[in-house]
Design a protein around this ligand. Sequence first.
Ligand SMILES: Nc1ncnc2c1ncn2[C@@H]1O[C@H](COP(=O)(O)OP(=O)(O)OP(=O)(O)O)[C@@H](O)[C@H]1O
Ligand SMILES: [Mg+2]
Length: 428
Amino acid sequence: MAELFVKLANQQARPYTLPELKKMANNGMFGQDDLVFNEDNQEWVKAATVSELDPLFHASPASPERQIVYAVGGGKGGVGKTVLTASLGIGLASLGHQVVIVDADLGGANLHTCMGILEPEYTFYHFYTLQKDTLADIMLDTPVENLKLISGACGTLGMANPRFTQKLRFINELRRIHADYVLLDLGAGSSFNVIDFFIAADQGIVVTTPEPMAIQETFNFLKIALMRKIMRQFKNQPEIAALFEQEALRENMQNGATLGSLLQKIRAIDQTAGNAAATLFDAFRPSLILNMVHSQEEVKEGIALSTAAEELLYIHLEFLGYIDYDDSVRKAVKEMRPFMIDNPKSKASKSLAKLISVGLQGKSGWKGFRDRRRVIRQATEEAKNYPVNQMRESETICSVQCFYWGDCEYQNGGYPCPVRHLDPIFRR
Ligand SMILES: Nc1ncnc2c1ncn2[C@@H]1O[C@H](COP(=O)(O)OP(=O)(O)OP(=O)(O)O)[C@@H](O)[C@H]1O
Ligand SMILES: [Mg+2]
């Protein structure tokens, strides 16, 4: 098979060689459901049915037994997903784990800025546009030992709406990376672009603050994620999918009894499908981080959300722990440094160290205490050599060469400059 004609998004494309198709499959541009032309029978068939194409879709991961892909999401914007992903990565790396943090915020990539990397040499854009073959090729070193970064495609709209198969390919490609932990920083909201990454990861983490609106959005996020999972599972059984759509999305899906009766209904129609649905509910076990906590009283909000998810959605939501509200986080963000590095002994850093050792790694008692101290000690060491960003808040970068010079009301003062963080994007 030298070359194959393919149809991409139902449009016939030129013939492709196998290596070309492999590249496209890696980047999610060619999937098992796409059509290829079978020369022998002179007909279009699904790529999944062509045995020669099998290796394109079933490559084995590099270290399946060790690697965990976490996705950090949760409906509300600005709750701290990005700053937590960066510092969580640093914390895990400081315990000796190989960690890769990945910016999967397709609309507003900023994880690199949070790490103080203003102009990433490679971004997801290079992978998506086939300029680089694998995610390993666009992986960047960070100043922290054991920690690497895959930067999002900043300032480009190219990845605004990838297909489900593209997202799945992306996740599968992530699994090929040699790392113990891969942490995905997701964008805000509950669009499929966010939800699909969340459900495709090994473990989803939702971040919320203890405020009612954030809690509500997190609850909805979990509900939508669960429904998306169900819809994908039953995409070839429309009558079952429709049942879920009608019943489960109705406002009255307010308790386990309703869900229980729904499962019974499905079992009556199709026993296997009913069992599959029950297994799916059971396997969906996201975790929760409560951020910006002001008091012990507020910690109860996390426990309440966890209980509500269990009782109303049948979801087991594990409460991993909370992070204190801490002005040092805001200061670190302004200086474009992860808070774990900027102030390893701050309240936020200490609560994150506890969350890593106890919540994430399940170490209790003395072992948990030892790991917590190790995280803080190692982060303190890393902080000594962490580059101080050129654009500290107190510095001015004002110049007549600025893109906005003509419109700028601060001219010649340059402080506080609202556009300086955008500069690398516009220079692209
Ligand atoms: N524990 C904390 N204490 C104080 N401020 C915090 C804390 N965590 C986050 N913040 C503040 O919240 C802001 C938003 O954080 P971040 O950008 O990580 O949110 P996000 O959830 O990633 O937002 P988006 O959904 O827009 O991507 C930060 O700039 C920081 O100032
Ligand atoms: Mg973010």
